[in-house]
Structures are given as C-alpha cells and as structure tokens.
Design a protein around this ligand. Structure first.
Ligand code: SF4
Ligand code: SF4
Length: 459
C-alpha cells in the first residue's frame, strides 16, 4: 500500500453533508493569546478522578511546574500555565453548570514566562510501562473534546492485542479548525506522537484519517512520514460525523467496534491528532500540558482565529481578545452539533475545549417551537448508528428510559445530533437522549447502592 492514499472512495453511510463554515479560520495560522490577569485551573478537567493540589495559597509557581498530582490511574496531573502566584484554591464555575475546585493563579506581568521544568528523555529506551507513566506525567488527555486520560488508552487491556493505531484527523464538526491547523503546522509532532503510541501498544502500523476538505494537511503529514511504510495517511470524503471513532474505524479499516465495545476489541487504539501532537512535543522534554489550540469563531466574533490559549483562561478574556460583538446570544464550547452552551463567561478554558462558537440573536432565534413527529423517517436515514431516533424520542417523552436502553440501543447513540438537525418538527431528540442516559445512570447507581445495602444486611 502507498504511504498516502488521497481520496479513497470509501465513505460513511448515513450521516449528513452540512455547511462547514470552516473557511473563516482554516487558513489562519495558530497565534498565541496574551495571558489573562487571572487564570483558573480546575482540578477536574478530564474524565476520571480529579487531580489533587500539591501547592498552597500564596505560593510562587513557575510556568510548567506541577501544581496538582493525579488522583489515581484514571486521572492526570496539572501544571501551571504561567509563572505567577497562587491566589487561592477555591470553587469556580464549570462548563457543566456546577462549581468545581480550581487553582487560581495570577501571572507575573514582568516574568519571562520561560518553561524551566522538564528534562530530555529518550523514548527509544523506554519500556511500554515507562511510556504510559511518562504520558500520564504530561497530563495529556484526549484533546478532541473527550478529555479522557491518554495514558490509559496506551495500556493494552488484559487479553487484547492492538495491531494498528488509528489517528483521527477528520475534525468533521462545522466551524472547528483546530486539528486542521495542528496537522498543517505540526505534522512532525503528530507523526512522532503516533510512533510513541505504536511503541507503547506494540502496534505494527498506524493510519491517519483526514477528511478530503483538508488536503493541505494530508500533504503536510505525507511529507512528515518521509517515506516510512508503517504509517499511512488516508483522505476520506468529508461527511458529518466522519470523525466519530466507530465511523472512522469502519471507513478506514472495515472493522466494526461492537455495541458497547472498545477499539481494542477489534485490535485498534484511536487517538485525536492534536493529542498525539502534544505527546510528540511534550514527551521528549518531559514537560506538562499547559496550553492548547482553540478555534474561536462564529457570527458573533470580529477576529476569528486559531488561538494558542493558556489553560485556565476565562472565556470572558478569550472572547474579548477575539473581539466579540455586543449581540452575543449563545456561547458554545465545541462545535454546533456536539458542543454545549455555557451559562457563564467566567468558565475557564480547559483541556477538552476544541473551540468556542459565538452566536448572535439572529442564529439562535430560529426554531423554538416543537411540532409533533410526522413519521417522515428523516432521523432514521440520518443516524450513523442505524438507530431509530423517532422511536427513541417517543419513549423519552413517555419517560420509558430503561426500555430505550434495553430494547432500542440507547447507549450506542454517541450524541452526534444528526437526528435533531434533520427533524422537520424541530424535536430536540439528542437532548432527550442525554436526559434519558443520565436518568438511567442515576437509577443504576441507586440500584447498586440498594444492592450493597441488602448484601451488608445479610452478612
Ligand atoms: S444523536 Fe444518536 S440517535 Fe441521533 S443520529 Fe446521532 S447517534 Fe443517532
Ligand atoms: S425526523 Fe422528526 S418528524 Fe421525522 S420521524 Fe424523526 S422525529 Fe419524527
């Protein structure tokens, strides 16, 4: 196989062709955003256990210095994004709408902001277990939005084997161009990160999947591979949600991740390109993740762009740098399909924030009225998981949440929002499904607790 195949004819069944809105930012180089006067670094900005602070109020910290340790294996440490002083460790608003513990840091305005932490390490001499530990030390999590600790995915599950690393460079969400710019500007780091993942997992090859609306990124990666035959780049036709793990794996390799299964069940491990670029950059220097690229865009922004933002930067500051208009109606973290709107501009930018989409009254006041289902089946045709969103929606309205899971595969829904997007009745199907999953999670937790109490009583 050639190291790069451009424009394979494979494509995702179902899914949607939706307006991309990427032209506003996809040619704009990544530029650094100035530091905010106060950074707010949450201890829980990843999936798993929160990090545990190792600093105290009033302490001076250097840029890149560890400020919190991992709270377990499924957890990562935090590093100071600036040289400055810890002003307090206190609750801060989070994107979920609740309050969570965070470390507040005031940068020193006159400091050089040089990173003095870390030391070169030779990855070639490290064992897979040492690589897993070193990646955990970097604090890197899935930068495509999931924020799942990356080192956990680098450990092959018991009884499984991983033969191929899949690198996800699709970035199919409208408006977002973070991954695109990372692939164009840091292709060497992406390839290096892929090699680290291959080494840790014992995988013989890697394949990088990129949508064909980013051929400049395909070219950059191709050059970075430099003739190697164990890594290939494949351009796949752009279609939403091509970047979903299950979709990409099927299109690239023809493998199907089973319902409620993991990529390792079919010999794969999947990583986002920006995640691997950070590993490729930080690991050889043994440094921590302190910033990330964020696309700030949308009709409510005068200076859209791909900004390199210090973690902990409050949204209010970031939006001021991008010169938001006065008519903001909604601020969405992530893209318009899978992102979530935030209720407070005091929420800080965390490791999982891929983009900030700013909408004005004009876009938001579109369709507020919900009409009855007319059984047109547009949602069924759109669903990439071959679910029946219309039926699931009907059950959700009747609060028959358990049945949705046991009989209609609710947990296979990865909330891509294709069904909501096409519904002529404007039924907020994906919101119904999120609520249903949450209700089931709560009921199952209650059931487990009751079971534990019963067993204790018997003992
Ligand atoms: S949100 Fe869920 S049900 Fe709706 S199209 Fe996407 S996967 Fe299917
Ligand atoms: S798209 Fe909307 S109206 Fe059509 S079947 Fe699905 S839920 Fe009903």
């Amino acid at each position: 196989m050639a190291p790069t195949e451009i424009l394979t004819r494979k494509h995702l069944g179902h899914g949607l062709h939706i307006p991309e809105h990427k032209e506003e930012t996809n040619r704009l180089p990544i530029r650094r955003m100035p530091f905010a006067p106060l950074l707010v670094v949450p201890l829980s900005q990843h999936a798993g256990a929160p990090a545990i602070p190792i600093v105290r109020e009033g302490q001076e910290v250097g840029r890149g210095e560890p400020i919190a340790k991992a709270g377990g294996f499924v957890s990562v440490p935090m590093h100071s994004p600036v040289t400055g002083r810890i002003t307090k460790i206190a609750l801060a608003p989070s994107a979920r709408g609740d309050l969570s513990l965070a470390i507040y840091i005031a940068p020193y305005q006159s400091a050089s902001q040089e990173i003095l932490y870390g030391a070169p390490q030779d990855i070639e001499r490290m064992t897979p277990a040492e690589i897993v530990q070193a990646v955990q030390d970097t604090g890197v999590v899935g930068l495509g939005g999931a924020a799942f600790p990356t080192h956990v995915k680098l450990k092959v599950p018991e009884g499984k084997q991983v033969d191929t690393v899949v690198v996800n460079g699709c970035e199919c969400e409208p408006y977002l161009t973070t991954d695109h710019r990372v692939m164009v500007e840091q292709p060497g780091e992406v390839v290096h990160g892929a090699r680290v993942a291959m080494r840790a997992l014992g995988a013989a090859k890697a394949v990088i999947g990129v949508e064909d609306n980013k051929l400049d990124a395909v070219g950059a990666l191709w050059n970075a591979i430099a003739g190697a035959t164990d890594i290939s780049v494949q351009a796949v036709p752009a279609k939403y949600p091509q970047g979903a793990e299950k979709m990409l794996v099927k299109v690239l390799l023809g493998r199907e991740i089973p319902s409620r299964g993991l990529p390792a069940d079919v010999g794969l491990a999947v990583f986002n390109v920006a995640t691997l670029a950070q590993i490729g950059e930080l690991l050889p220097r043994h440094q921590g993740l302190i910033e990330r690229v964020v696309t700030i865009t949308g009709p409510g922004v005068r200076k859209p762009g791909n900004y390199l933002v210090a973690l902990g930067t409050p949204l209010r500051w970031a939006l001021a740098q991008a010169e938001c208009t006065e008519h903001i109606s909604s601020v969405i973290l992530g893209g318009p399909m899978m992102g979530a709107s935030v209720g407070s501009l005091d929420v800080p930018i965390t490791k999982g924030v891929t983009g900030i989409l700013v909408l004005t009254n004009k876009e938001v006041n579109g369709h507020s009225r919900i009409y009855p289902c007319i059984h047109c089946a547009a949602c069924v045709d759109a669903c990439p998981m071959l679910l029946n969103p219309s039926r699931l929606g009907m059950l959700a309205r009747k609060e028959r949440y358990e049945e949705m899971e046991t009989d209609y595969h609710l947990m296979d829904c990865f909330e891509c929002a294709c069904c909501s997007y096409v519904c002529p009745s404007h039924i907020p199907l994906v919101q119904y499904f999120r609520i249903a999953k949450q209700m089931n999670r709560e009921n199952q937790a209650r059931e487990r607790q009751a079971q534990g109490t019963r067993e204790k009583a018997k003992a």
